[in-house]
Design a protein around this ligand. Structure first.
Ligand code: AMP
Length: 404
């Protein structure tokens, strides 16, 4: 299947070709025709599957020949984070570069003035985070009454981040006659409830993203003593000469501490998390993309939606408490057909978290020892630790790489 077979506008085909996209990804194959067919869509797809083009291309196609006033927003994409807003907005600009459409990106944490001036120049497509959009609406800088496309991107994360009331408030400013597209990496009751309020007879699209992600990403778990995690991280990156590595920690403090230690190990490292200013996050991300920063340590919220093309290595320095985040983390690599490696550094107290990951992955990670970093004898990786249980049954042969 080719992009041309969707009957997309020639300007879009040209842009897509220049970006080097040879064929549509599974989510694009399923979603583009449905959206072109003017249906509401509820799609299960995480970042990395090509989901942005799956909604951006048909929207741009439909708007390509619309000639109404540029100051009325025709398509709105809501994203949970600033980084995702930037990425999605940039994708609209890239795909639509040969079309006379204006895309404006609006998010908080930075001055609103440049965004207001951009809006004054005209806005056909607005990509925004909820808080800043409400700000714009309350200043009457933006009018959503003529909106024809509404996209809720990463809807699961929107709900996790407590944006439901903001979303409802924004919805009240829109007309009912519109096409609504909901994208979410995961589905639960809350998402289905939201979809009932938002969508009209939607087409349900689910590509087998979990297995698709897993098949492109080699996943390994090294059992290791907790106090040696920093050492093994630097060792892996240095000895294997990995040049661009995204490392996940659970806490902001943990991210900062690790970044400092890694710098001491001679690895150019930066941390991104919610306490860093928008400018600092953007600088770190830019440095990481262009290669001046070799290791980026991130918390889950900060990393959400990051698109780092060709990222090959992800290290889970600690497993997330929410197993779904594991899928998001490893989805940073192995994107759009590329291969990647996701390493988990597993200390004995995290075994129960790995069990949670196994449940949602529906497969078992290969657990190994890295020679020289074998866990000490008293560590018990075989059972979920329970309060008050002794460690008497934990002895395992010490040895070289062991696979289960
Ligand atoms: P997304 O899931 O939208 O964040 O996209 C993930 C990455 O895949 C981005 O870097 C896109 O530029 C890229 N991408 C999207 N569609 C395709 C395609 N059909 N072929 C190759 N790369 C793609």
């Amino acid at each position: 299947m080719s992009f041309a077979s969707f009957g997309l506008h020639p300007s879009l085909l040209k842009a897509v070709e220049e970006l080097g996209y040879q064929q549509p990804t599974p989510i694009q194959q399923a979603a583009i025709p449905a959206i072109l067919n003017q249906q509401d869509v509820m799609a299960g797809a995480q970042t990395g599957t090509g989901k942005t083009a799956a909604f951006a291309l048909p929207i741009l196609h439909a708007l390509a020949d619309v000639t109404s006033a540029a100051s009325t927003v025709k398509a709105l994409v809501l994203t949970p984070t600033r980084e995702l807003a930037q990425q999605v907005g940039q994708s609209f600009k890239d795909y639509g570069q040969y079309l006379p459409l204006h895309t404006v990106i609006a998010y908080g944490g930075v001055s609103i003035n440049p965004q207001l001036s951009a809006i004054e120049q005209g806005v056909d497509i607005l990509v925004a985070t909820p808080g800043r959009l409400i700000d714009l609406l309350s200043r009457q800088a933006i009018d959503l009454s003529a909106l024809t496309y509404f996209v809720l991107d990463e809807a699961d994360r929107m709900l996790d981040m407590g944006f439901i009331d903001d979303i409802k408030r924004i919805l009240r400013t829109m007309q009912k006659e519109r096409q609504t597209l909901l994208f979410s990496a995961t589905f639960d009751d809350a998402i289905f409830k939201l979809s009932q309020q938002l969508l009209n007879n939607p087409e349900l699209i689910e590509v087998d993203q979990r297995n698709a992600a897993a098949s492109q990403v080699e996943q390994i778990a090294y059992e290791v003593d907790k106090h040696r995690k920093r050492e093994i991280t630097s060792y892996l990156i240095g000895s294997k000469n990995w040049q661009q590595v995204l490392v996940f920690t659970r806490t902001k403090q943990g991210a900062d501490d690790l970044a400092k230690e890694m710098c001491k190990d001679g690895l150019k490292t930066a941390a991104i998390h919610g306490d860093k200013s928008q400018g600092a996050r953007e600088r770190a991300l830019e440095g990481f993309k262009e290669g001046s920063i070799r290791v980026l340590v991130a918390t889950d919220v900060a990393s959400r939606g990051l698109d780092i093309p060709q990222l090959k290595y992800v290290i889970n320095y600690e497993l997330p408490h929410n197993a779904e985040d594991y899928i998001h983390r490893i989805g940073r690599t192995g994107r759009a057909g590329e291969t990647g490696t996701a390493i988990t550094l597993l200390s004995a107290d995290e075994k129960w978290l790995l069990d949670e990951v196994h449940k949602i992955l529906d497969t078992h990670l290969m657990q190994q020892w890295l020679p020289g970093y074998e866990p000490s004898l008293e560590q018990d990786f075989s059972h979920t630790p329970k309060k008050g249980r002794g460690r008497g049954n934990s002895a395992k042969p010490r040895g070289r790489s062991r696979r289960r």
